[in-house]
Design a protein around this ligand. Sequence first.
Ligand code: ZN
Length: 197
Amino acid sequence: MERSGMQPQVEEDITATMWGKFVLNCSINPLCAISDLRPGHIREVDAFDDELRALVADMLETMYYAEGIGLAAPQIGVSLRVCVLDLRDEDNPNGGRWVFVNPRIVESSDEEEKAPEGCLSIPEMEDVVTRSARVTVRGFDAEGEAIEVEADGLLARALQHEIDHLDGILFIDRLSAYKRRALLKKWKKSQKEGAKG
Ligand code: ZN
């Protein structure tokens, strides 16, 4: 998920300290075109091995490079149910960071919230998306430890956004057909201008 309003990011060498266990030679992966983001089947992870840890390290590096707050594996062309999130910024240094393997929403509130949302796969395009105000998500970390998060606010939104990616759903799919068409038109136009410039 894209950082709304492009706030400054907490500066940190992700290969150091907290993520020291992860692979050091991680790389920034190109983000897929949105036409490639609706794969038929995104598999559950069944091995918590070095390959998974390398994927997670690459995903974190790619997310930080793109200045996002969340990234799902299908966005870099990997059909596995893995997502990473980092909500920390200058205003909220303890906002938290998560690696979720095989996450699923086990509870979501009937109460909904509307807020602007963007996606690293459709850069600089934002629109207001209605989502559950609170969710409970269960999954595993990269070591295979079970985790459960009860989230509200931005974390609840970001988790729903990333888990949608694992089901082949983009935030634009949650807009009205009219708004989706308008946003895609604007995005295509910006892509063309970008290609010319
Ligand atoms: Zn996204």
